[in-house]
Design a protein around this ligand. Structure first.
Ligand SMILES: Cc1cc2nc3c(=O)[nH]c(=O)nc-3n(C[C@H](O)[C@H](O)[C@H](O)COP(=O)(O)OP(=O)(O)OC[C@H]3O[C@@H](n4cnc5c(N)ncnc54)[C@H](O)[C@@H]3O)c2cc1C
Length: 396
């Protein structure tokens, strides 16, 4: 069986390793547009922070692929798939037949479609090459502006600080940080911790409308006509699955490449896994679901009866070194909930629990030790009854 994989990220490498584990002797070829073997993409943050080298985050060299009987085509992306002839075409003009084709080609950063986005010194981060370009500004460019205050934007800002860049501003459209994970008081405490720990500056509730400059970016302009100066702008405004090749091949796409519980598309013998895949209307965009999908697909391709049922998103996070738990109902605007919360701005601590009919249904903790946060998580997971003593649960 000839298996061709487009992409060499974590979903692709996991699929290869799992197929080998299952003693599946598929003949595998990987096409990637990147010039190097697989590396841990989340660890690009360490490279940005000058805390790691590319070798440290590259677990398998070219020999590993050869030893595992995998043909790796570097800097040669798939440009076309022809399901009728079961054939793909690569950028360099290779035409290769497949028995099974897997889209594992991930996402590309979403850049706001605003005037000035093409100016010099405007970037987004997805690959090692992106990081190297950004690092060329270290020590010479003063003002870094990150557009987007999500988890990645915060991680990037903290990494720039750890690399010695002291003038970093995060611009966020929402009036507070991480609105999906936090409520406003919690987000205020997180913001204060980040300001203290990394000297990050924040501009919240700002809609970026334009980048201005003469060749190079000089200014970020907002919809309220205010602006800030910038030498370097980094977009961290989300990602979009790379769906165009699948669409042109007649594969069903919505926001991502649509797959069923076997990770199969509507076209026979074409599958999709990782950030590019859309399963039960959901896109994930993180490593654990990519790994789960790849493991399932390895079983499917080895004729084992396995189905992907969707992934549970992690609710214990670390954002720029700060522990954060966000689980269940956290900030309802309707319903019959009771809540208690407690915050310490100076120490960067926050705890909130919510009950509904005496049952614990949600919680937020910030800066709370993992073991203690785990106890709260377990209570929410089990729907523990705590009504009369609710204040006990928000003590530090
Ligand atoms: C800086 C950064 C930090 C992150 N931090 C975290 C984190 O802390 N935790 C977490 O869970 N997730 C994190 N993520 C997200 C995580 O990296 C992705 O969820 C994960 O990499 C998805 O793996 P994938 O295999 O689906 O796709 P990718 O890793 O994106 O790999 C897809 C590959 O396909 C290649 N490709 C594209 N088009 C083609 C084509 N036509 N032909 C061949 N190859 C092609 C791409 O260049 C890429 O190499 C982070 C991402 C970034 C950028």
């Amino acid at each position: 069986m000839k298996v061709i994989i487009a992409g060499n990220g974590v979903s692709s490498i996991t699929l290869v390793k799992e197929l080998k584990k299952l003693s599946n002797n598929a003949n595998i070829e990987i096409f990637t547009d990147e010039p190097r073997p697989f590396y841990w993409r989340p660890r690009l943050i360490e490279i940005l922070a000058n805390e790691a080298s590319i070798d440290r985050i590259t677990p398998y060299d070219k020999k590993w692929y050869a030893d595992h009987n995998v043909k790796l085509h570097l800097s040669d992306p798939v440009v076309k798939v022809n399901p009728n002839e079961k054939k793909l075409v690569s950028k360099s003009g290779l035409e290769v037949k497949y028995d099974v084709f897997v889209f594992a080609n991930g996402c590309k950063p979403f850049v706001l479609p605003i005037p000035g986005k093409e100016l010099k010194n405007v970037y987004s981060i997805r690959t090692y090459e992106d990081v190297i370009e950004i690092k060329k500004h270290y020590g010479t460019s003063k003002k870094f502006v990150i557009i987007g205050g999500g988890i990645l934007g915060i991680e990037v800002a903290a990494a720039l600080n750890r690399a010695g860049e002291r003038n970093v501003t995060i611009v966020e459209y929402f009036p507070y940080l991480l609105p999906r994970q936090l409520d406003k008081p919690g987000a205020t405490i997180l913001k204060a911790s980040l300001e203290k720990k990394y000297q990050i500056k924040f501009l919240l509730g700002k809609t970026t409308s334009e980048l201005k400059g003469n060749e190079k970016v000089e200014k970020v302009v907002f919809s309220d006509k205010s602006s800030i100066e910038a030498d370097v702008v980094l977009f961290s405004t989300g990602v979009r699955p790379r769906i165009s090749i699948a669409r042109e091949a007649g594969v069903d796409v919505e926001k991502g490449v649509v797959v069923d519980d076997h990770l199969q598309t509507n076209v026979k013998d074409i599958y999709a896994i990782g950030d590019v895949a859309q399963h039960r209307k959901k896109l994930y965009g993180t490593v654990p679901p990519s790994v789960e999908q790849a493991r399932t697909l390895a079983n499917v391709l080895s004729s084992n009866d396995k189905r992907y049922q969707g992934s549970v998103m992690a609710n214990m996070l670390k954002v720029a070194g700060i522990d954060l738990l966000s689980i269940g109902v956290i900030d309802p605007d309707s319903g019959d909930y009771t809540f208690a919360s407690n915050g310490d701005m100076n120490k960067g601590l926050y705890k909130k629990v919510l009950t509904e009919e005496s049952k614990l249904v949600g919680a937020i903790t910030i800066g709370i030790k993992k073991t203690n946060a785990l106890k709260v998580k377990k209570l929410v997971d089990s729907g523990a009854s705590i009504d009369s003593m609710i204040l006990e649960y928000v003590k530090f």
